[in-house]
Design a protein around this ligand. Structure first.
Ligand code: SF4
Length: 549
């Protein structure tokens, strides 16, 4: 007889979830074993001293498929393997001898010099690939292990790094792309982002977490704070002034959960210590038995906000945090596209590639265009966009023209603006379907099909494409979320397609899109499907009604 759910839960509780703080120090699965056998941070020396010199075939599989991630390296998918046939393949049959390399750009902050370097490295070592991810990273493909030490040295000379860009570690810290320049920000979180990076990224203390850990720090609600492991969101405290409201336990993927507020207020100076407290708590109390339950959100769900805050304050901070108010929540995380006024009177100009697909030459062109317009600062956004800061009004038109020539549009159609896509089958070993090229075709198709009603779309409809059930492109919080899977077409053939989620949203009234049971679309019919949805929405919406509500 199958055990009932209650007895399964009781059994799990009795045997524990692998929390270090409760004495479970013996590794409970292969990932935990690998991290215990050798700190993942130690792999850097082996890459520099052995693998880069002796070549791909000398790489220890435990490093290749495990510890390399701590330096932003994944093998990429071999070309030509379709999404329905991967389950039976050995890792070496699926993976290429080239790597994806993720460069963390905390807060999305770049100088034009660094942007130019990122572009040049792409042209030299990455076959001109350089996607802008929805976590403000730059992602290269086609990297050879032999070139990695040189790439690191050049990145690090410009203050950039790939350390802990992936792996069970504190990943890139998202920050408002307009931090320090926005007239309406509550507080500039940049010093806290820099301090966390300086003190804790690449430190042994947090190099072995139960799972990945995502952080956002922003004085504006523009970084999708609801779906982070920890987020610090700008808020005015009636007594203490500007500071941050703390949120924990958000995350998407297969068990999506929205973060919860701890109800605590934190000053700018104290953000790094509170961040370290939350990460330490996750390291010690996080569930290490099953990777599918290892993200912080599961612990937060079991404990609730009050107990989480109490343990954080008692065991990690040693003092109480003051209670604080909730931040004002925006309509939705804004993408900063177009021309906007900075608080110092200059302008910032936000531009959109298609679904984050950029290139080395595009980045170099953007750096040159920005410099010609008198700027030395750019930012990447969590919506896969690029912003040029500090532009005098007289330079704006010239800059917009130059960016457009590079493929970066500052007055894009709602589709170029609202479509996001993950890496997909082109390079990702987990993918089931193709996403990036499909997103580009979708944008072009919708621009044509819906040209005559484009001006009626006052609130861009967001369409996010994922190549598999993981949610790298945040499908659950899009107006139209598309989860890649193999579906059956009208002729009974198994083809690439998508499960549809409708009506997800961040910001005001945040919530996940509804998965429509049995509602799947064949990939080749995607543009027609989205067109029908949008036309129906525009025809039937009531005054002030948005797609999600
Ligand atoms: Fe790969 Fe899936 Fe993430 Fe897309 S959503 S990048 S296919 S793991």
């Amino acid at each position: 007889m199958a055990p009932d759910a209650g007895s399964a839960t009781r059994t799990r509780r009795t045997r524990g979830e692998g929390q270090w703080a409760l004495g479970h120090r013996e590794p409970l699965n292969a990932n935990e074993r690998s991290k215990k056998d050798d700190s993942p941070l130690n792999v850097r020396a082996r890459i520099e001293n052995v693998y880069a010199r002796r070549g791909f075939d000398t790489i220890d599989p435990a490093d290749l498929r495990g510890r390399f991630r701590w330096y932003g390296l994944y093998t990429q998918r071999k070309a030509g393997i379709d999404g329905g046939s991967t389950a039976t393949l050995a890792p070496e049959e699926l993976e290429d001898r080239y790597f994806m390399l993720r460069v963390r750009i905390d807060g999305g902050v770049l100088s034009t010099e660094a942007l130019r370097l990122l572009g040049e490295l792409s042209s030299t070592y990455a076959r001109d690939t350089a996607d802008i991810t929805d976590r403000q990273n730059i992602q290269y493909h086609w990297i050879r292990i032999e070139d990695v030490p040189t790439i690191w040295a050049r990145l690090e000379a410009a203050g950039l790094s790939t350390t802990e860009a992936c792996g069970d570690s504190p990943r890139v810290i998202l920050g408002s792309p307009v931090a320090g320049i926005a007239a309406d920000e509550v507080i500039d979180g940049t010093p806290a982002v820099e301090e966390i990076k300086r003190r804790f990224i690449g430190a042994d203390e947090f190099a072995n977490l139960p799972r990945k850990f995502k952080t956002a720090v922003s004085g504006l609600p523009d970084v999708a704070h609801e779906i982070h492991d920890v987020a610090f969101v700008g808020v005015h405290h009636p007594e203490h002034g500007p500071g941050f409201d703390v949120w924990v336990g958000g995350g998407l993927s297969t068990n999506p959960m929205l973060a919860v507020r701890l109800g605590a207020w934190v000053s700018l100076d104290e953000v790094p210590d509170v961040w370290a407290g939350v990460v330490g708590l996750f390291r010690d109390y996080g569930y290490r038995r099953l990777r599918s339950r290892a993200r912080l959100k599961f612990l937060v769900k079991d404990w609730g906000a009050a107990r989480f805050r109490e343990v954080l304050e008692r065991e990690y901070l040693g003092h109480r945090l003051p209670d604080g108010p909730a931040p004002e929540t925006g309509e939705r995380p804004f993408d900063h596209v177009g021309v906007h006024r900075q608080k110092d009177g200059l302008c910032y100009v936000g531009a959109a590639p298609v679904a984050g697909r950029a290139s080395g030459s595009m980045l170099v062109a953007a750096a040159k265009a920005a410099e010609r317009a008198g700027s030395t600062r750019v930012r990447l956004t969590p919506q896969q966009k690029l912003i040029v800061l500090d532009v005098a009004e007289s330079e704006v038109d010239g800059l917009r023209t130059a960016l457009a020539e590079a493929g970066l549009h500052t007055d894009p159609s709602p589709w170029r603006r609202g479509v996001m896509a993950c890496t997909g089958i082109e390079f990702c070993k987990l993918a089931i379907v193709e996403t990036k090229a499909r997103a580009a075709r979708l944008v072009a198709d919708l621009e044509q099909r819906l040209a005559e009603i484009q001006s009626d779309i006052d609130d861009p409809v967001t369409v996010h494409l994922n190549g598999c059930p993981n949610s790298c492109a945040r499908i659950q919080v899009a107006d139209i979320g598309l989860k890649g899977q193999i579906v059956t077409d009208a002729d009974g053939k198994r083809v690439e397609g998508f499960q549809v989620h409708l009506g997800g949203r961040l910001g005001f009234e945040a919530g996940f899109g509804r998965k429509l049971r049995g509602h799947k679309v064949v990939a080749t019919e995607l543009a027609g499907y989205v067109e029908r949805l949008v036309r129906t929405y525009l025809a039937q919406r009531e005054q002030g009604e948005r797609f999600a509500h």
